[in-house]
Ligand binder design. Structure first.
Ligand code: M3L
Ligand code: AKG
Ligand code: FE2
Length: 381
């Protein structure tokens, strides 16, 4: 069937056994009949006020086929057995087709090494404007989404002000470390973060089944030396592995690894485990969306046979080599006033060893809420 309207682009339809092929805008797209009934946007099938489905999917005949199919005025019109009519705009179908999804990215990003990030001259937000202007928050979030890190400067050096900054973009994710936490090297918790030791690049809470989405740091005080913060774009490194060795990349994406946090003290008892691959990808477009990399908290590997163990270590080494390239390291001294937001699903953090009193406060944020705020500003997230 070939249909040509005056202002419309040509569209052709081909009816198959359980699906139809729509050729529109030069690309063939396949739509399954059950899918087409299930996604019907008619008032009876879909509540456009609440954006919720009314159709009882469980009641759709799995061998359903439309009695009649046509394209008119840039719309696909289907008449189903029983008379129900479904109307889709061709642009909606194109937008929501698998073929389109497969080609597009969920999250546009700028992958960086130290030079790329520095040359981009990404501005920091300023406390005053950040607290009063939605436009400033929007710009901040755009940078955060692209780079996986973003800064707010001139923030009063208090826990309250730090909390207020985070409330502009998300909800705080309370964990065993508290809601807002403030810590020094006092070993108050059974973890090396509470020491003066250097910490190699890592992601936090890899021992959660869903690692925290965002980490916020604000150094309220440091009377001593060292203590700089290290930031490394894990996705930049992972993509280098993908280029060099698709097999290694694939292994890191397939082999499940356990991380663990065990704390037994007079005041705290915790035993957390999370299981997942080092690299998590969306299956349909192979886009990377999460990296779990914490050599301190990685637990026993006993879920794979020995030949795979050897191959996994080789792949892990390749990733580690990329992560450790000096040109990929961004070092910043977090002075009081500078708040950093870190995408804990993407960007690794670490720190230099230090002397003296160093007080760091911050919190974790829920990823869903940060992304929701971003979408509210019209950003792609
Ligand atoms: C940030 N804060 C100090 C509260 C917690 C640190 C958690 C440290 C843990 N090894 C991890 O990497 O998850
Ligand atoms: O002390 C720091 O700068 C960061 C320590 C750390 O990795 C953490 O708290 O998660
Ligand atoms: Fe950490």
């Amino acid at each position: 069937m070939q249909i040509r309207g005056c202002a419309s682009r040509p569209a052709t339809l081909q009816l198959l056994e359980d699906s139809l092929v729509l050729n529109y805008g030069g690309k063939p797209m396949h739509f399954n009949y059950v899918w087409l009934r299930d996604h019907c946007r008619s008032a009876a099938s879909y509540n456009s006020q609440t954006h919720q489905r009314n159709v009882d999917t469980g009641g759709i005949d799995l061998t359903i086929r439309p009695d009649n199919t046509s394209v008119q005025d840039e719309h696909l019109i289907l008449t189903w057995p029983g008379g129900h009519v479904t109307k889709y705009s061709l642009s909606w179908l194109a937008e929501n087709s698998y073929e389109r999804q497969k080609q597009s990215r969920v999250q546009p990003r700028v992958l960086w090494n130290s030079d790329i990030y520095k040359n981009a001259n990404v501005p920091s937000a300023k406390w005053d404007l950040f607290m009063s202007s939605d436009d400033e928050v929007k710009k901040f979030l755009q940078n955060y989404l692209l780079y996986g890190i973003a800064f707010v400067d001139e923030v009063p050096a208090t826990v309250e002000a730090t909390e207020a900054v985070t409330q502009r973009v998300s909800l705080i994710r309370e964990t065993t470390y508290g809601r807002m936490w403030c810590f020094t090297s006092d070993f108050s918790r059974g973890d090396s973060a509470y020491s003066q030791l250097a910490l190699d690049r890592h992601t936090d809470t890899s021992y959660f089944q869903e690692p925290c989405g965002i980490q916020v740091f604000h150094c309220l005080k440091h009377e001593g030396t060292g203590g700089r913060t290290l930031l490394v774009d894990g996705f930049y490194a992972a993509e280098k592995v993908r280029q060099q060795s698709p097999e290694n990349f694939d292994l890191l994406a397939r082999v499940p690894i356990r991380h663990e946090y065990i704390e037994k003290s007079d005041t705290h008892r915790n035993h957390m485990t999370g299981i997942g691959p080092v690299l998590d990808l969306y299956p349909w477009n192979k886009e990377l969306y999460l990296i779990r990399y914490n050599n301190y908290d990685r637990s026993v590997i006993n879920t794979i046979p020995h030949e795979l163990v050897q191959r996994w270590y080789v792949a892990h080494r390749m990733l580690t080599t990329e992560l450790r390239r000096p040109e990929n390291e961004l070092w910043v001294k977090l002075n009081p006033g500078k708040v950093v937001f870190i995408d804990n699903w993407r960007v690794m953090h670490g720190r230099e060893s230090f002397t003296g009193l160093r007080q760091l406060c911050g919190c974790y944020l829920t990823r869903d809420d940060v992304l929701s705020t971003a979408r509210g500003f019209g950003l792609q997230a």
